[in-house]
Design a binder for this molecule. Structure first.
Ligand SMILES: Nc1ncnc2c1ncn2[C@@H]1O[C@H](COP(=O)(O)OP(=O)(O)OP(=O)(O)O)[C@@H](O)[C@H]1O
Length: 791
């Protein structure tokens, strides 16, 4: 069992049901804390009213047509809106703790903590608030440096704190009240006190025992020291956070995003943060955590959505998935695109008005080399191919016409005849050539056969078309494969894209570029406004840069989309929406969850979206089941980052009780003996059950089991995890739907449920033993298993 040995014997708990101090004293204390929290709510409400009034007032300000005045107004409005949203998000559970500082220690955010000053107190909450009456900090944002001791002070390193207090809150904002509190005494001598009490961390245990809802909750009130250390790592660089199931990797990654957005707002607000999770279900499950923490500049996606505009959910069989995930596919795709830049087997004749030209291999090859030499993507380089080919054909036509002008006797005679007409001066040779060149060019441009030939030799391609054509042709696969065996990727019909196709489509989008017609224009008046304003902002940024790093820059608060959205009804204004809509968006930070599942190709295309390489990857190699996933972090990250990444571990399982973790650890030992299972933080006294039933009785047995478990469940959630997520027809009729969910081991990744019923564990294990380990460790309270007795 996990225990915080340094502080367990120094923990006190007080609550209104009785405790270690006399009742009147306790009530006085809780009342005083409730009063304080009510005051904080009043401060928040006043600030919210003020922010909304200022936003509205600024919005109503007439600016005229002056661009800079409109810009200033929009920046100000946006800033007030952001603050109002953050305040609203912080209302529920506004304040959850308090720090008592040692006499003489600086109070956070105070700069003048004198040596003899009285001991001070800070309140910790979801947002920072200042008391306008004295200008002092009234509530410290949990992410502020001064709040750190709340998460990691210990009696050995008290960080200037004598006592940390966790509040148990009841009621809804703004009428929240303190019903209990729990103190960690970090310096006995600083307290005049009574005896010590509970030996565990009640706030944490209460949070862990609480029934699970359909979405994940934030953990700001109970972040543990080992988690806090990771959350507050610097923005720069790539960090891999590894830990067993339930160690809080997802929670830590999301709180790290909130911390980074708070601490490095100027770098991140404009670029946003991309979070990649394993499935749409997972994204739904975790999607509310950051908005609840007041942060919205975040885009969530899944590996199946890595290609813009494609939502792939189908899964390949293991071997094609492995081949598609290999980095060798980068070269395969490059060759596949080059293969679409063809040379004619036979010369293609194009009959013009006065002459017939021919696209022979040499002519096409010269045009192709010049187009390739531009280094531009296939669709963009096509114009060079077409124009070069046209110019070469015009030269060819001119040459032929020149010959015919010199050679045939009838022309010579004709010219001689023309010479009799004194008013016609013979044109100079270059004038004749220019004129003929022009008319040949026009002639060629209007000639459908020329365009048909260009379309065949250098077609405009979409990623989907290029990949479908590649998979549907053994010849193309053989050419593109070169040394790599990709013959197994053949499939006649590519209408349904798989998750492993998504990075290939994205890589092709990079190699092909957008089709010519879809190039965006900034010609709309409102886009022009936005673009112009951003140009001004950028120059203003440059002027400010370096003068004062703390000074807010104009572009901290505004983006082109916000500006354009201000003027175009329906054009949305968040960084997240703008980023999600733009294939070329580059994010300020990247978070990858269940990172062990990503293939080398997934990493390849993802890293393009984060050139700063500011990345948090969280995962567990022991939970990997994707055929192209990571065997080691060095293997997937090495090709891109060499050794420029660091590794941190989490060791305590906050989800799965010890009774369930024990059999799960046996499964782990059977397939990954080198991996240590995480240590469960709690016991429940509830042991997992297992029943073996004949295959024919499975449906009835499952129904009974789910009904039994539902009767015990209370407010929580229940998942049935079965191979492929498939149950017999009608197995759960009338029972499926909230709170019961049916999952495959894959779709259950990253999720958790109060109760889990696993169907046919032997088949799940045969698919991949890690899948059984993942399935078992989804449970927060109870686990049941229905094993099949096969005939
Ligand atoms: N400090 C904490 N306080 C309260 N709850 C916590 C804390 N840390 C983790 N938890 C809870 O433990 C559960 C597991 O956390 P999380 O899903 O982040 O783990 P994980 O390591 O990502 O698991 P997996 O690898 O199995 O998906 C969640 O319910 C989370 O809220």
């Amino acid at each position: 069992m996990h225990s915080n040995a340094e502080s367990t014997d120094l923990q006190w708990q007080f609550n209104t049901d009785g405790g270690n101090v006399s009742r009147p004293l306790l009530e006085q204390e809780t009342d005083a804390e409730t009063g304080r929290i009510r005051r904080l709510h009043a401060l928040l409400a006043a600030e919210l009213d003020d922010a909304l009034a200022r936003a509205q007032g600024t919005l109503n300000t007439a600016t005229g047509e002056e661009l800079s005045a409109r810009w200033e107004r929009d920046v100000a409005v946006h800033r007030w809106w952001e603050r109002a949203n953050a305040l609203r998000a912080a209302r529920s559970g506004l304040c959850f703790g308090r720090l008592d500082h040692a006499r003489g220690a600086d109070r956070p955010s105070d700069t003048d903590g004198a040596g003899d000053a009285p001991a001070a107190t800070s309140y910790i909450g979801r947002i920072g608030l200042t008391d306008p009456s004295d200008g002092e900090s009234a509530l410290l944002d949990w992410r502020a440096p001064g709040a750190r001791p709340f998460y990691c002070a210990t009696p050995v390193t008290p960080l200037g704190v004598t006592r940390r207090r966790h509040f148990e809150i009841a009621g809804t904002a703004p009428d929240e009240r303190v019903v209990a509190f729990h103190d960690d005494v970090l310096d006995r001598s600083a307290l005049s006190g009574t005896d010590s009490g509970s030996a565990s961390d009640p706030a944490l245990l209460a949070a862990l025992k609480a029934p699970r809802g359909s979405t994940m909750r934030d953990i700001v009130t109970t972040i543990q020291a080992e988690q806090d250390a990771i959350i507050r790592l610097p923005l720069q660089g790539t960090v891999v956070i590894e830990g067993g199931p339930g160690t809080g990797k997802t929670a830590v990654a999301l709180h790290r995003v909130a911390y980074l957005l708070y601490t490095h707002r100027e770098q991140l607000a404009r670029r946003g943060v991309l979070v990649v999770g394993p499935s749409a279900g997972f994204v739904h499950y975790v999607g509310g955590v950051l908005p609840a923490l007041g942060e919205s500049a975040v885009v969530f996606t899944t590996p199946g959505r890595l290609a813009h505009g494609v939502v792939a959910t189908a899964v390949d069989p293991p071997e094609p998935a492995r081949v598609k995930g290999d980095l060798a596919m980068v070269d395969v795709l490059r060759r596949a695109v080059a293969d679409r830049q063809e040379l004619p087997d036979e010369p293609v004749a194009i009959a013009l008005d006065d002459v017939t030209v021919e696209i022979d291999r040499a002519t096409a090859e010269e045009a192709r080399s010049r187009a390739r030499a531009t280094g531009r993507p296939h669709n963009a380089a096509r114009a060079t191919f077409r124009d070069t080919l046209g110019a070469l054909l015009v030269d060819q036509g001119l040459e032929q016409l020149g010959h015919s002008l010199e050679d045939p006797p009838e022309i010579a005679e004709l010219l001689a005849g023309l010479g009799d007409l004194p008013e016609i001066e013979p044109a100079g040779a270059s004038e004749v050539t220019d004129e003929m060149r022009g008319s040949l060019r026009d002639n060629l441009r209007a000639e459908p056969a020329f365009h048909a030939a260009v379309a065949r030799l250098w077609p405009v391609l979409t990623p989907e078309q290029a990949l479908a054509d590649l998979f549907a042709s053994p010849e193309r696969l053989a050419t593109a494969g070169a040394g790599t065996d990709v013959a197994g990727l053949y499939r006649a019909d590519s209408r349904e894209w798989t998750v492993a196709d998504a990075p290939l489509l994205d890589e092709l989008a990079e190699l092909l570029g957008p089709p010519p017609s879809s190039s965006r224009s900034a010609d709309e008046p409102d886009d022009r406004y936005a673009t112009d304003v951003l140009a001004i902002l950028d120059s203003a940024d440059r002027d400010l840069a370096g003068e004062d790093p703390d000074e807010a820059r104009p572009t901290d608060f505004v983006t082109a989309d916000v500006l354009a959205g201000r003027h175009v009804a329906g054009l949305s204004g968040t960084v997240a929406e703008r980023a999600a809509a733009d294939r070329d968006w580059r994010y300020g930070h990247l978070v990858v969850d269940e990172a062990q599942e990503l293939s080398a190709m997934d990493w390849h295309v993802l890293l393009r979206r984060c050139p700063s390489r500011s990345i948090t990857a969280v995962g567990d190699l022991a939970q990997r089941s994707a055929p192209a996933g990571a065997d080691s972090w060095a293997q997937v990250l090495g090709p891109h980052l060499d050794t420029r990444w660091t590794h941190r571990t989490l060791t305590v399982n906050y989800r799965t009780p010890a009774e369930i973790m024990a059999p799960a650890a046996e499964v782990l030992a059977s397939f990954a003996p080198d991996h240590r299972p995480p240590e469960s933080v709690r016991e429940t006294g509830e042991h997992p059950w297992e029943r073996t039933v004949p295959t024919a009785d499975l449906t009835a047995a499952l129904r009974t089991a789910v009904e039994d478990e539902l009767a015990r469940l209370g407010d929580g959630t229940l998942a049935v995890i079965a191979p492929g997520g498939r149950l017999g027809d009608g197995a759960l009729d009338g029972l499926d739907g909230p709170p019961v969910q049916v999952h495959s081991p894959m779709s259950a990744k990253g999720l958790e449920f109060d109760t889990v019923v696993i169907v046919d564990p032997d088949r799940i294990r045969a698919g991949h033993p890690a899948d059984l380990y993942v399935s078992m460790t989804r449970a927060t309270q109870r686990l049941g298993t229905l094993r099949l007795r096969r005939p």
